[in-house]
Design a binder for this molecule. Structure first.
Ligand SMILES: [Zn+2]
Length: 227
């Protein structure tokens, strides 16, 4: 895999309006895992990585009735929140509508949505059983993805495009095992998805452990690179 895309740049057409936050209890089951992933540096901001732009975002499909905005499709963390140790409801927004073919998204909340919200949308659209999507950056899983047997989105597909959303959706629909995939053209990019936040995050952490183990087992050791 090769290639790197600029992180944090919103490439979709965004129709956003300021609105009150969702209720804290709605995002609590997701937000606590987001804090764990932040501590593991799978979500973060680092001056030495990706030009210092924050990375990692989380979302939760929400039953419309449970939200103030009755048309809400999912709740996603806001853009450039990677550096924050903890998020509150004020760091999340509601995605009200999206169109993958035109790369457009409508959202409302205290902050604009993550720049990778359309990738989340593609997963939700592809699989009705998915309730949670987590996007992290892990050099270890990404480099070892093929060796681990994880599905990898073709590196020639540019991140943040309808083609990427379609490719992600196709892999999810195909019932890829392990509910984890690597984004070949998006350096270190991993997408995890599942039926609940805890199982999605735990599965991701399990694969993180396997990747660390595989990196360590490589001989001769060369900076954790599986290739
Ligand atoms: Zn990313």
């Amino acid at each position: 895999m090769s290639g790197a895309e600029t992180e944090g740049v919103t490439k979709f057409y965004l129709d956003f309006r300021q609105a009150p936050p969702v209720e804290a209890r709605l995002i609590a089951p997701l937000n606590v895992w987001r804090t764990v992933l932040r501590r593991l540096d799978l979500i973060s901001q680092d001056a030495r990585r990706y030009g210092g732009v924050g990375f990692g975002n989380v979302s939760l499909r929400t039953p419309a009735a449970a939200l103030r905005a009755s048309t809400s499709l999912f709740v996603v963390s806001g853009t450039q929140t990677g550096a924050l140790e903890r998020l509150t409801a004020w760091h999340y927004c509601r995605v009200l509508d999206y169109d993958l073919s035109s790369n457009s998204l409508t959202a409302e909340g205290p902050v604009p949505p993550s720049s990778e919200s359309l990738t989340h949308a593609a997963v939700y659209r592809a699989a009705p059983w998915v309730q949670c999507v987590i996007h992290v950056h892990s050099p270890e899983i990404w480099r070892c993805a093929e060796a681990l047997g994880l599905p990898v989105v073709d590196a020639r597909i540019t991140y943040g495009t309808p083609a990427m959303a379609n490719a992600v959706g196709a892999l999810v629909r195909r019932g890829t095992r392990n509910a984890l995939l690597a984004m070949g053209g998006h350096e270190d990019g991993i997408v995890a998805y599942g039926a609940a936040p805890d199982e999605t995050a735990l599965n991701l952490i399990r694969w993180f452990a396997r990747a660390l183990e595989m990196s360590a087992a490589e001989s001769p050791p060369k900076d954790g690179d599986c290739r």
